[in-house]
Design a protein around this ligand. Sequence first.
Ligand SMILES: [Zn+2]
Length: 278
Amino acid sequence: MTIESSLRADIVEVGRRMYAREYTDANAGNISVRLGADRLLMTPKNVCKGFMTPDMMCITDLDGRKLQGDLDPSTEMLMHLEVYRHRPDVQAVVHAHPPTATGFAVAGIPLDRAVLAEVLTTLGSIPIAEYATPSTAELPEAVHKYIKAHDGMLLANHGALTVGPDLFSAYYKMETIEHFAKISLSHECSGAKTSLPARRWTACRGCGACTASNPRRRFAPIPPRSTSARAEQVQGTSPTVRLSSHPPRPHLRGRDSCPASSMAGAARTGPMATGKFG
Ligand SMILES: [Zn+2]
């Protein structure tokens, strides 16, 4: 099996997993990998990612010109090109709409609480790129702001984007984001303001698996807020620590603090793009 045929098969498999896990619906989502120094292998537009075949993939250059393939490349190709231009280390890009993570993206809530060590060491903080209409030139502009410093991000009112040194690495980061979003939703609904103990946090920073080998991962704790310090006193845990310099979202209180309620509100009023994507 050649490298190209192997990559085509890998894209089919990742698309199948994304659809099976309901990270995409209908023809949504897109996947690409580098094929040598100046070519990309990319999913086609208007095709369900759960039922692709290897021959469906398009080959483009880094300017987005189609070089090979019966179908046209993804309508989100510009976003992929933006990533490859600015991240020579990236070999693969995955975009999907995982429901819980996308709910946070609709609600405008970044996944930036230091609560899970696995997330700290694989992704660090997960910011939200500003809203941009899918399939337009606005989207790569929104991604541009964060891609140099992050391997995963939410896309406001849209979905999530992950990158990696190979396709499965990029895909697993998408799994991690959705898993983290589900846990974060339960955490927020519980009303607790807990986070990893600061001493663990310090140890994590020095492990060598994250910041030492990858300066992109920012593990700068934000000073605890007074409400968090109170939580520490009551529950015997460390103050809430955030992973980056994103401004703290409005403090959530009481029953209305469940992000699901703000997600529902934002979904009703948020900009909803129409048309065919994929
Ligand atoms: Zn999308």
